[in-house]
Design a protein around this ligand. Sequence first.
Ligand code: BGC
Length: 799
Amino acid sequence: MSYFFSPTAMFSSKLRLLGVTAAILFLCMDLHAQVNVQHAAKVRPYNAQLASPDVERRVDALLHRMTLDEKLGQLVQYNDVGYTAPSATVEEKANLAANPEAAYRLDPMQLAATGKLGSMLNVVGASKTNAFQKAAVEKSRLHIPILFGADVIHGFRTIYPVPLGLAASFDPSLVERVSHVSAQEATTAGVRWFYSPMVDISRDARWGRTTEGAGEDPYLGSAIARAYIHGYQSDDLSRPDSVAASVKHFAAYGAAEAGREYNTTDMSESRLRDIYLPPYKAAVDAGAATMMSAFNALNGVPATANPYLMQTILRAQWGFNGFVVSDYTAVMELTHHGVALTPAIATEKALEAGVDVDMMSHYYDAELPGLIRSGKVSMRVVDEAVRRVLRVKIALGLFEHPYPEGSEVTSAVAEHRPLVREAAEESFVLLQNAVGKSGTPVLPLMKPAKVALIGPLADDSAEMQGAWGGANRAPDVVTLKDALEMRAKETGTTLLYAKGTDILTQSDAGFAEAESIAKGADVVVMALGESSSMSGEAGSRANLDLPGNQQQLLERVAATGKPIVLLIFSGRPLVLTWAAQHVAAIMEVWFPGTEAGNALVHVLYGDVSPSGKLPMSFPRSVGQEPLYYNQFPTGRPANNADLNLPPGPDTRFISRYIDVANDALFPFGYGLSYTQFTYSDVKVSHETLPLTEARRQRAEKLVTVTATVKNTGTRAATEVVQCYVRNVGASLEQPIRALKGFKRVTLRPGESKSVSFDLGFDELSFFNNESQRLVEATHYTAWVGGSSTATESAGFSIQ
Ligand code: BGC
């Protein structure tokens, strides 16, 4: 059925074709070489841009003149192939089956020319978008431009790490810079609207879309969400290289039960408000122009028909004045959820709940005329939805500049490579680095070492870009093998290579060769992991191990006794328990993008020290999922440290598994460096704080937590210093730890720095189940350290 059709595959394959034909016309984009982003500006003027009196006047003038057909046109989306109207009669459908050509009976070009086409999905490339735009702007009665939207998730042509990897950098300014670059590239192809960022909190590594978000933590997720909005929308939406963001998937899509894609979600109000909503809220506060409603149901109400989410929270409480688009066919899926018996009811429910634009269900244009005629839906509701869409088009400056400016970017841009390489280097998380026979850690690699490179991901240019790779071109990618070969040539050393196995196969035909080159080398680098399609949409897994027979290959190579550096390519946490016991060094490298190989070689050889930290907990066993560090306490904690008590007797009747430890193999916030950092002197500015003062909403600085961090190793490196708090004595249980601040700090060997974190109302308050945000007279412990298991702490109370 059409709604199972993969929009991503369609987007990428179309663009590949386009890339091939357009390659001849390629002109290098000096124009886009400069990354010019203003950082850290807290308030950007988008809200004013979206709903200024001038914009409203322009919208009113248009609305006044629009026919119903023209209005509905603004509320629907088409791709470039047209579709069969769902309202087609049985006879019509029978005819279409006999004559598939006629299936495209609603020709999008024709719709554009008659003002009945508001936006297009994954139609990319200047020649294509210009053709539709010309029809809309020059032929239609009111000349309303089309908005072209696409899934540009981690780069358009020059690809940076998948969002989960990018989040491991704990570096919002980097996120802002790379996302701005993808806007610069995609706008040259006519795209002014990204279905990104995905800000869904994901606590379950089985869920495939973990790869598209910033992981399990709301504080980190909010910082990253803000950065994407600033990067995409820059400081002015009307700039020709700005795009409107679509924040997705509203809401709580990442809480899909059992990590199974599209599954239902059910949670308390306090969990929704404290854990799942903050990144969407941060994006709205940062000025996100559009939102996408989610596929899942929340507490029994599908998100796409959920007025509590879209009217009460998003619009009334958060003041969002952009528009909401449904996810792909999500309006139609209301019938599958069983809350709408007919397309008409699905349409009415979605529109009334606050979905302004129907993505690909084609229900709005088919059903709304009848619903309006019968009085079931009022023109007021339709007008309001059209108003929101027009606002965004006006704010984008589309009426003045409907066509892309400058030459189209048709392959990875040379000037953008250093930035995406930096992003990849910052995304790698060094999980383990044992001391080898030489008495030093295995990484960084010694320059004269003879290296054996083994594994299916070592030389696969398509795979190492990850899911949702925009309009990438595999030949633009520097693979790990390419880059290691280059380094071997420069240093006059030997690189041996064997693929060993495929990502997903049971054949061990390549094992013997892998084993033999390992025996002849000083050190073995293994590039193992998932294929890019094993994560992303519809990429849920019930197992989190290395796919195919990669584990067996790893064991065969490990049996040679050679030191192994294991590089894990994946879009999610995997279970690395065996590897952690048998392999010297392990680095999580996610899917690094266009500059994968160069970034990896820089870090492997120590040109750059790794600084990434895990944005999700890595479990010991899949049975621990969902696993996250900011758990609630229990009455029988397995770890007395959770209660700040001395270790207790080891009894059976505590909250734990009998066959695996509770904690993560590699916890949230964790990541090693080539140097070591120590923490000391954690202090708080106030040991007590009056309750009245602490309740001051919007107070940004109530208590300051300070600590000293020192580089005690021999290399200059960057550490992500993290601050966690626990709040006890509140009317509602609070997490045993919650991240409330982080800073990247670069230190020379022997250097120390004092790092401080201001805790204000946002950091000290929490939501109860009546949606009230509270600060109570309670006690807080604050930890500062290099991961969520930091040990240095200080306390303060609110009295
Ligand atoms: C995905 C969205 C995506 C949309 C358009 C859906 O299947 O869930 O994230 O933006 O397709 O391609």
